[in-house]
Design a protein around this ligand. Structure first.
Ligand code: ZN
Length: 145
């Protein structure tokens, strides 16, 4: 897999020094997501008051793409409103499923744009999406709680 070298560095940095990778106690909701095609697994704890993402912490094992991507989303959406968070996740999902057509808006996605090149590798799309879909799932479950 060939990615832009700057972007590759961003991904590697998040993989080596993942942010918020240590489950915090008493979450509003806990979800577990796995990507069987690659063997990636994450557990994600969401703290929310129903309006804002107060905290996200997680733990997991798997490939560098899945772990780095979860690190990015856990840092990017903390403190943001639920609506804003869902919009950011949608933007990431569109980019990652665009097969290279959508390179992402850094103002919206932050370090998430580093994964834009992954959209050209269908086998890795699920890896990149894992943490983002877990976050979305945790939010929707917290709403119905
Ligand atoms: Zn993977």
């Amino acid at each position: 897999m060939e990615l832009d070298s700057l972007y590759q560095e961003v991904i590697l940095e998040h993989y080596k020094r993942p942010l918020h990778k240590s489950l915090k106690a008493n979450p509003t909701i806990q979800v577990q997501h796995i990507n069987t095609s690659c063997g990636d697994e994450i557990t994600l704890n969401l703290h929310t008051d129903g309006k804002t993402v107060q905290d996200i912490s997680w733990d997991g094992i798997g490939c560098s793409i899945s772990q780095a991507s979860t690190s990015v989303v856990s840092d990017l959406v903390r403190g943001k409103s639920i609506d804003e968070t869902l919009a950011i996740i949608d933007a990431f999902q569109s980019m990652i499923q665009s097969k290279g057509a959508d390179t992402g808006n850094e103002e919206v996605l932050g370090d998430g744009v580093a994964f834009s090149g992954v959209s050209k590798f269908p086998a890795r799309v699920k890896c990149a999406l894992l943490g983002w879909m877990a976050t979305k799932d945790a939010i929707s479950q917290s709403m119905t709680k």
